[in-house]
Ligand binder design. Structure first.
Ligand code: AMP
Length: 139
């Protein structure tokens, strides 16, 4: 399995298609999932290419998971969440649809199920949720 540099997250990294960014550092980028399954659902990706966890380097995994932890704290604060679910899929049979390593960060509340996958979120709701995360990060 080889890395396809035309995948949608590679295009986001190159700025070829829009995204709602909430955080970045030298090695990682965090942006909102367009089909959010919970308010504040975001994705963390490495800036360097790899398909998924199976071909990622220890350095890519470390950078991604450090940002995942940082953003998990931010969504807990931003949404008054009581927990966080992480999802990470590897290859098509593992549920992966976009072949650039990514970790889903999903803030959770007692008694609130994740919404079904595949439904586009309204753009202004995504932006409002992103702003809450940015504010939590900068507080
Ligand atoms: P998976 O590979 O199964 O983790 O699914 C890919 C995820 O990427 C899904 O949750 C999609 O909603 C999300 N997604 C796909 N295209 C975009 C995009 N342009 N911007 C943000 N999220 C996206």
């Amino acid at each position: 399995m080889t890395y396809d540099s035309d995948n949608i997250f590679a295009k986001i990294l190159r700025g070829e298609i829009p995204s709602t960014r909430v955080y970045e550092d030298d090695d990682t980028l965090a942006f909102m999932d367009i089909m959010s399954r919970a308010d504040g659902h975001l994705l963390v990706i490495p800036k360097t290419p790899c398909r998924n966890m199976l071909d990622a380097s220890p350095e890519q995994m470390t950078a991604v998971m450090c940002t995942v932890q940082k953003l998990s704290h931010a969504v807990m604060k931003a949404f008054g969440a009581e927990g966080v679910t992480l999802q990470q899929f590897n290859e098509a049979v593992g549920g992966q649809e976009v072949f650039h390593l990514h970790v889903h960060v999903l803030p959770r509340h007692e008694g609130v199920s994740l919404r079904p996958p595949g439904k586009m979120e309204e753009r202004d709701i995504i932006e409002a949720n992103a702003e809450k995360i940015r504010a939590a990060l900068s507080a």
